[in-house]
Ligand binder design. Structure first.
Ligand SMILES: Cc1ncc(COP(=O)(O)O)c(C=O)c1O
Length: 445
């Protein structure tokens, strides 16, 4: 797969040098022109290294999972502190695989069955919840706390029923949920925990990286996230059986663990009995799960290897940017609820969330976000707001604990600004100035 003869290596080096030159000549301009340069909330952040890596993978032309995938998976696992990391084509696929893994027959009597309940929240991203529905399980929605935007653990206790089997929630916008409490509830009630870590790669809870606490965790590598592969995701786990199940599910449901193009790693490819199949049926075509094909490509993995080297640096900038926003908005606390870091945690914030104190202000969330957007300062709502009020979820079978007032509040009053590494002090200062203009136009001091 990797023909490195001498002439080939020297050509590869030349190509790599040329890409470096290309990047230097064509790198995106970083000069900020107030009122002209859009202030994005997120974006790809890269240099020639990622471009060189993508081309290196294309010179191999192996295309599907290969040496870059193996390297990315082992480096990601090492970074987060899990035994396994499995690369897939998106964070949504990672979520689907993580939850579907819990339904595997390989888990015997620990396996989840249709009708079992999974505790989650409605203030979040749809594809944290969708796998619950897609697997015929029942989502049980618990309200969130403001200003940390994570699941309310007192309500989580109220949600427990004899059918509860798992908790599947995100570290909202990178802010860890209360891992001590949730892991201890899970231990006590024998529940699986899946951390949706898609917005939190690089966040710490009690000095340990999120994504390493639950039975399973997931990452997203869409460009808005802490590192990007364009598209991509990963499932993390330290449990060998769960890793085996996820590998099978992402790989058409195969029982065999040979990678693409590999043959007979187990040495018993033609010499086993599988169920009612004829003796010696080719292991490559034995299916132990109703699976999918959710694999990523070598180009993505090669880019990921380079992005991962920069994770710490990216996260430090995210922390700094969060702090700059916090300092800037501190004087407006009368009008906005400022975000609060979960106790004992050090988040690599995905974004800077604000909730308009609409009961006290003469402006709405949409007034401020549309003003900011007119002035090229990008904002986003906290994803689906209250998913239960989204058209697709109108008729889903579910339970909810109370009326979810904070979830509705998030839907009505919350928005976020970016923290990604492409944002600097100048852009944040400019944006804060726009907020001042907004206030002075409305006669607010
Ligand atoms: C919390 C959360 N989970 C899952 C996802 C889905 O990831 P992807 O876009 O890679 O499918 C996202 C996407 O941004 C997310 O924010």
């Amino acid at each position: 797969m990797n023909n490195h003869n001498e002439a080939g290596s020297s050509l590869r080096n030349k190509i790599s040098d040329l890409i470096g030159e290309f990047y230097r000549q064509n790198a995106p301009r970083t000069e900020f022109i107030a009122g002209k340069t859009p202030i994005h909330y997120s974006g790809r952040y890269y240099d020639e290294k990622e471009m060189q890596a993508a081309v290196e993978a294309s010179l191999d032309f192996w295309l599907t999972e290969g040496r870059f995938t193996s390297r990315f998976e082992s480096e990601l696992a090492k970074t987060v502190g899990t035994k396994h990391a499995l690369l897939v084509n998106s964070g949504s696929s990672a979520n689907l695989l993580a939850l579907t893994a819990l339904t595997s027959p390989l888990l015997c009597d620990r396996r989840l069955h249709p009708g079992d309940e999974v505790i989650t929240v409605a203030a979040g991203f749809p594809t944290t919840v969708n796998p619950i529905i897609q697997n015929g399980l029942i989502p049980v929605f618990v309200d969130v706390d403001i200003p940390n935007y994570n699941i309310n653990t007192a309500d989580l206790l109220k949600a427990l029923s004899p059918k509860t089997r798992a908790v599947f929630v995100a570290h909202t916008l990178g802010n860890p949920f209360n891992l001590d409490e949730i892991m201890s509830i899970a231990r006590k009630h024998n529940l699986f925990v899946i951390e949706d870590n898609c917005d939190a790669l690089g966040s710490f809870y009690k000095g340990q990286l999120t994504g390493s606490f639950g039975h399973l965790a997931t990452c997203s590598f869409y460009p808005a996230h802490h590192i990007t592969l364009g598209e991509g995701g990963a499932v993390l786990t330290s449990d060998d059986t769960l890793a085996k199940i996820v590998r099978s599910l992402k790989d058409w449901g195969r029982d065999c663990f040979c990678g693409p193009g590999q043959n007979d790693r187990c040495g018993k490819r033609f010499s086993r009995q599988y169920g009612e199949l004829p003796f010696g049926y080719d292991h490559k075509y034995v299916y132990s799960h109703i699976g999918y094909n959710l694999k990523a490509t070598e180009f993505q993995a090669a880019i990921g290897v380079e992005q991962l080297k920069k994770l710490n640096q990216f996260c430090e900038i995210r922390r700094r940017n969060f702090q700059l926003w916090l300092n800037g908005f501190a004087k407006h606390e009368e009008y906005f609820i400022l975000p609060e870091t979960t106790q004992n945690s050090d988040p690599a914030w995905f974004a800077f969330p604000l909730t308009v104190r609409s009961e006290k202000t003469a402006f709405t969330r949409n007034d401020i976000t549309s003003y900011l957007n007119e002035h090229l300062v990008e904002t986003r709502n906290l994803f689906g707001g209250n998913l239960l009020r989204q058209p697709a979820y109108k008729n889903i079978t579910h339970r909810k604990i109370g009326e979810l007032p904070n979830t509705d509040r998030v839907m009505n009053d919350t928005f976020f600004l970016g923290t990604y590494p492409g944002l600097d002090r100048e852009q944040i200062d400019y944006s804060l100035n726009i907020v001042e203009h907004f206030f002075s136009l409305r006669g607010i001091k």
